[in-house]
Design a protein. Sequence first.
Length: 232
Amino acid sequence: MYQSVIPEFEEEYRVIAPDLLGYGWSDQRDQFDRSLHVQANMVIRLMDELGLEQVNLVAHDIAGGVGLNLALNKPERINKLVFSNIVAYDSWPIDAMLKMGHPSRKNDSLEELESFLTSAYKDMFIQQDQLTDTFLEGIMAPYLHEEGQLSLVRNASALNTNETTALTPKLPNIEHPVLLLWGAKDIFQPIETAERLVKELSNSTLVRYEQASRWVPQEVLKEFSAEIKQFI
């Protein structure tokens, strides 16, 4: 997700890009909790392990729900927040993940899974030239084997809109500086979500990218990176 972003920052900043539990190359064993509050605890435990008292947190998509959780429950550990096309309110899970979360999907062939994911990612890009073979192959690779496929099904089935709706009345309590970087063509986490967030987060700013959809870090890499640098 951040493979093009990290080189923009690593000469000036320490960059740590953890996978969420069950996602990417993290632990994919079955039968553990993958909910947002557990993911937030993982981030704090990682920070403790690395001796980090406070961080600037950049979060995209599902990780945005983790970031909101941290801002409310561990505010002293966060300096500033950057959110791009995050889950919030009752805007999720999206249809593709609802379909992926049905237990029967673990019986799909790997070819069927690859076809499903390829189609889903194509729907998440306006600038199709940015959906490079390297990006697509890299982001699917953790799931195109038996354990990874089951983990993806478990990840999808763990998505629960109640986790963010429960945070909704508390959002005005977030006092951190927040930068919202939003692809305006995203049909899954629409710009209306960002417009609502910027009203409810008292210290927030919204930057819209009219020619980007869901994958802001990839579609508008230079603009995305420049805004974050200026912000932090």
